[in-house]
Design a protein around this ligand. Structure first.
Ligand code: LMR
Length: 342
């Protein structure tokens, strides 16, 4: 496959030229080889103006600046290189070096324990999510990625998900028979079935078109994804259900990571931690920005569920929690609740 050039800007080009000459001059220095900047190809499926897009760009800028162009994080947004179906494989084969799949996408590749983040109505606030991701529970999940030769580098937020459809979704009965695009998470599929809807797993990049063609009639996503994908143009109704969380884990392959010099690994990890902290600071504002844009656009009717309607949705999907407990062990669910409550 031919790889398109990543988005470029003049500062990036200047640093890359500088990096090439720094690398060339350092050819004789111990520990440095090669003339071209070290490329770190980072592929993702969402738009640039989203929490994930902005984290990736911040990482790119920090690394370019700190290495004076010697290391270049090339960012490929919008599933331009790989999508949900092939990005993990591309990481394994070394066709790309870094990904940030949503936590909902780890279950289908052998890590069902990540699906705890999909449990509906579990987190009231992002602070509760962070108590899990930044504590022992979250660290253990990332460490477990070793089973597939992956290295987990950190978590970050998109935000809370809402439901959209070709019809108003107020009551549980409104979901009956609705074909809803879902990510490949068994918890999310079970949640839709509990509501009487029909879950249809589809790659993110195919979602808007599937909505436009009526292959599916509804979907769930945080507002930043909903707006930047133009889903509002094909979804006349949006219900601010805030029923679940969407976040990401940044991953690389052990193969790639172990080939880096320890100092470069440390530099990348530090830059990523800073990019993630930045992403978590702006994620809320990205949702607000999308909501403002949606209201100004006016083509999608935005519904605010009442407390009663939301409580009823939560009651109906509650059995999904116990179902996941049966798959990953009730102890894990108890530990999760302890982490949230800590
Ligand atoms: C989705 O597939 O709906 C999301 O995971 C997309 C993303 O990466 O935010």
């Amino acid at each position: 496959m031919t790889h398109p050039a990543p988005p470029a800007n003049p500062e990036r080009r200047r640093l890359l030229r500088l990096g090439a000459s720094v690398a060339a001059a350092a050819l004789h220095a111990p520990g440095l080889t090669g003339q071209r900047p070290l490329r770190v190809r980072f592929s993702h499926v969402v738009s640039e103006d989203t929490p994930k897009g902005l984290v990736a760009q911040r990482l790119q800028a920090l690394v370019l600046q700190r290495t004076e162009g010697r290391i270049d994080v090339e960012v490929y947004p919008d599933a331009r290189l790989y999508g949900d179906r092939d990005e993990m494989e591309a990481l394994h084969t070394g066709a790309i070096d870094m990904l940030a799949p949503s936590l909902s996408k780890f279950g289908r590749v052998g890590f069902p324990e990540f699906e705890v983040f999909d449990l509906p109505f579990l987190f009231d606030h992002l602070d509760a999510v962070h108590r899990v991701t930044q504590g022992a529970y979250g660290h253990r999940l990332l460490a477990g990625l070793h089973r597939l030769g992956l290295v987990g580098l950190g978590y970050f937020d998109n935000g809370f998900k809402h439901m959209s459809a070709d019809r108003p979704l107020h009551e549980v009965a409104d979901f009956r028979g609705l074909r809803v695009r879902v990510q490949g998470s068994r918890v999310i599929a079970a949640q839709m079935r509990a509501l009487g809807a029909r879950p249809v797993p589809l790659p993110f990049s195919a979602t808007r078109e599937a909505l436009a063609k009526g292959i599916v009639q509804g979907t769930e996503n945080p507002l930043s994804n909903f707006w930047t994908q133009g889903m509002h143009e094909v979804q006349p109704h949006l219900s601010l259900t805030r029923h679940g969380y969407l976040g990401y884990a940044v991953i690389t392959s052990e193969r790639f990571w172990s080939r880096l010099r320890p100092a470069d690994r440390a530099l990348l990890q530090t830059a990523l931690s800073e990019a993630i902290a930045y992403g978590n600071r702006i994620a809320g504002a990205q949702q607000e920005k999308a909501l403002t844009a949606l209201r100004a656009w006016g083509g999608t009717t935005i519904h605010e569920p009442t407390a009663r309607q939301r409580a009823e949705l939560a009651r109906v999907v509650e059995p999904v929690h116990a179902e996941l407990g049966q798959r990953i062990g009730p102890d894990r669910i108890r530990e999760l609740h302890r982490a949230i409550g800590a």
